[in-house]
Design a protein. Sequence first.
Length: 372
Amino acid sequence: MRHPPIAAGTTCSPSHPAAAVSPHPFPPTNHKPQRTRIRLVAAAGTSRWVNPRAPAPPPRRGAGGGGANQQLNHLVRLGDLDAALLLVESMRDPDRPAVVPCTLLIKKLCAAGRLDDAERVLGASERAGTADAVARNTLVAGYCRAGRRLADAERMLSSLAASGAADVVTYNTLVAGYCREGRLGDARRLVAGMPLAPNSYTNSTLLKGLCSAKEWDDAEELVAEMIRSGCPPNDLTFGMVIHSLCQNGLVDRAMGVLDQMSECGCTRSVIVYNEIISCLAELGRVEEALDLFNHMPCKPDIFSYNAAVKGLCRGERWEDAGKLITEMVRKDCPPDEVTFNTVISYLCHRGLVDCAMEVVEKMPEYGWTVQS
């Protein structure tokens, strides 16, 4: 419907008082506002509104804010090591080589066996004043992994120690390198002469080296020393020692270490018990294996049961092995392929082929299908 025109000089009043026109929320102003353009930019897969007049955010720590560092980071991530190396050595103020791409470049050069080039990168970073402990230790680790370059690692450690730049990680890296090469005497001397207090990783690395070299007396002495110094091995280190001892049939020593774990307040996991139970069973000490199995403070798993079943079969206690398999089902830990293969193998080895066939026929009852 069309409304009649409003005559000049007349006012328009609302038809209902409640519909009165309210004053405008923005009063008139005499100055013209300056408009700021807002643009939508895409960053990392998302969109955000940015103000072009706002100051640019500072560069991330260690990332380098210059274009040369951005190019360096790009080259390193592409794996163009030659171009990255040339760029690092050509960079000057204000685009000094940033520590993050340089450290990554050192790591990649070491992995490629280009240790001399890696040292060139570190030298450029040192001259620019951007090198840090991570970059230095990365090169030390590269020399140690190379094996035959331990002399260079020693040279670097001496240089870093003289300038006060060597930290405990630097020493630990060289200790690990000595242990990998079987130079345990050098590793011990380095630890003994450290100007810094060794940490748990230092001792654990040396302990692993002693176990690998089967120097059990020295390993036990180091464990005792760690306990006396108030820095005992952790659960993983104790477990590593027990594993090494059991692998070499030294189950009595392993049980001694198990007692030490309890004294140090460490958690004796089911994995540790499985190692010892399996070793006892292998050595024919079935009663001890079963006693430890029955008194372990943690819930047995399939590996625990299989170790116990193996011990019973080794002792030709077939009925007890069958009862234990029944118990496995009752305790919601059903037998697996290893369980049945163990029983069948021992029965056949003893010439009890008919009994072995009976076990095979019962396997479907436990959810296993026998394929001919």
